[in-house]
Design a protein around this ligand. Structure first.
Ligand code: SF4
Ligand code: SF4
Length: 473
């Protein structure tokens, strides 16, 4: 019998106990199954869907390039991740404050894949009672074969999920390429996928919801994110108590104490004892109890989605201070991330002086040399062109590689030389070097100065106190 003093899935000495949740068909089960199937397809399909020449999600760690829904981020852009992760994190806080563990019960990949595993289990080994009975009986050849088959199917599922996971990091073509070659040629990826497969197999086959109870950090955060107005799955004690076998007469509660809500719970708790940390919000007990209520001709909703305030007959409140706080932080994070993303350019440009002397004098001509690096963040090759802007000294010229084709997602280097007659050197002002991509759009603007000899002090000086630096516009 579940109790508030212990976790049902652990024995007295802390050993894991097997829970045999019964199948509870109903509207919530059907809706969750449909949502689960959609999510399984989405999780598996994201590395296949091309957006802007790259997979929708491709975390190319090897080349330190990250593609997210058509946007390309390089390691230099990772500071944006702070705002994005903060925005999404506070978004999850807001969702939790309003809808409780809706993520856990409906969308978490573990819950979604465990639903698939349970179907496989029911299909091969039968319903919960049969599985429990078989587990208590001595092994037979037939039982061993059935178990081996079930574990084989679960292992296959774990292998597929682990490979889909790897595809997020190496892309689908990269994954197929690895599958065609020996593991020794991509040992780290092979070990990663083998380890992930083993972990998933262990989780799908045995650990299951214990992950939600003892390991998941989000699960641990729930109690501080929710309050009495958060939507949870709860038991209406005012209506259900005093419980008992199908009762008639005044004073009888609606709960017939059939224990069906306990039998279907994947974490083995009795929701009639109140909201508990182990409840993952799967709604199986809602379907189970509604079915019982229909059979005994009582209104459904004895166990239902409601707030703790609603279940105890108090007024429900949607707007609370914590919602304004979480929502405001979410909006701030997402707004900052949007603004930051809008500053992303299709190329990253850096300009440095060539090593060695800062300037050269050849006859009457002063020469400064620079190295320009252009990182093309687009999937296709692009020609970048350079031009100067600003008040220029008479005779100043920009020479070198002023047009350069840079392959997609590659870096190109251009050596450029600024020459100016010595007699005009101190004229003009800070210069701007504009880098344009094909089509004429400026992708970067760099400020630079021309350095030369200081005839009065016999030391180098610059036309303006402006360093050779600058950011993308
Ligand atoms: S109490 Fe109900 S909603 Fe919570 S985990 Fe158990 S069956 Fe799912
Ligand atoms: S399923 Fe409903 S009626 Fe049966 S024990 Fe649970 S709350 Fe009571």
């Amino acid at each position: 019998m579940p109790s508030l003093d212990k976790v049902t899935s652990f024995g007295a000495t802390g050993q894991g106990l097997v829970i045999y949740p019964a199948h509870a068909p109903g509207p919530f089960y059907s809706a969750r199954a449909a949502a689960g199937m959609l999510l399984v397809v989405l999780y598996l399909a994201l590395p296949w869907i091309p957006i802007g020449g790259a997979p929708a999600v491709f975390l190319n760690v090897a080349e330190r390039r990250f593609h997210l829904f058509g946007l390309t981020f390089l390691t230099q852009d990772l500071w944006l991740g702070f705002f994005l992760v903060s925005g999404l994190g506070f978004g999850l806080f807001t969702l939790t404050a309003v809808l409780g563990r809706v993520w856990c019960g409906w969308a978490c990949p573990l819950t979604v894949f465990l639903d698939v595993v349970r179907r496989v289990e029911r299909w091969i080994e039968g319903d919960a009672l049969t599985r429990k009975r078989l587990d208590g009986e001595p092994w037979t050849l037939w039982m061993g074969l059935r178990r081996a088959f079930k574990n084989g199917v679960v292992l296959l599922l774990a292998t597929v999920v682990a490979h889909a996971f790897l595809a997020y990091f190496v892309s689908i073509p990269g994954l197929f390429q690895m599958m065609r070659t020996a593991p020794s040629e991509h040992l780290s990826a092979f070990l990663l996928v083998s380890g992930t497969t083993a972990l998933l197999w262990f989780c799908f086959g045995w650990f299951r919801e214990q992950f939600c109870i003892v390991l998941c950090p989000y699960g641990r955060l729930q109690s501080v994110l929710t309050d009495e107005h958060t939507l949870v799955i709860g038991y209406d004690a005012t209506r259900g108590e005093p419980r008992g076998k199908v009762q008639v007469g005044a004073g009888a509660g609606d709960c017939v104490d059939c224990m069906r809500c306990v039998q279907v719970c994947p974490t083995g708790i009795d929701i009639r004892q109140g909201l508990q940390l182990e409840c993952i919000g799967c709604a199986a007990c809602v379907d189970a109890c509604d079915t019982v209520m229909r059979k005994v001709h009582r209104p459904s909703g004895l166990i239902r989605y409601d707030s703790l305030a609603g279940l105890s007959g108090q007024k429900r409140k949607l707007w609370r201070p914590r919602l304004a706080l979480y929502g405001g932080l979410m909006m701030a994070g997402l707004a900052a991330a949007s603004v930051a993303v809008s500053t992303l350019r299709s190329a990253v440009v850096s300009l440095t002086r060539l090593p060695g002397a800062p300037y050269f004098v050849q006859g009457e001509v002063l020469r400064n040399q620079f190295l320009l690096r252009v990182l093309n963040k687009q999937p296709s090759a692009t020609v970048f062109t350079l031009e100067l802007e600003g008040k220029q000294a008479e005779g100043l010229a920009l020479q070198g590689e002023l047009h350069e084709q840079v392959e997609g997602w590659s870096e190109g280097q251009m050596t450029i030389v600024l020459t100016v007659p010595l007699k005009h050197w101190s004229e003009g002002g800070p210069l701007k070097l504009l880098v344009r991509e094909a089509g004429g759009k400026v992708v970067a603007s760099k400020t630079l100065c021309v350095m030369g000899p200081d005839f009065s002090a016999q030391t180098p000086r610059a036309t303006a106190a402006v360093p050779v630096t600058g950011d993308n516009p």
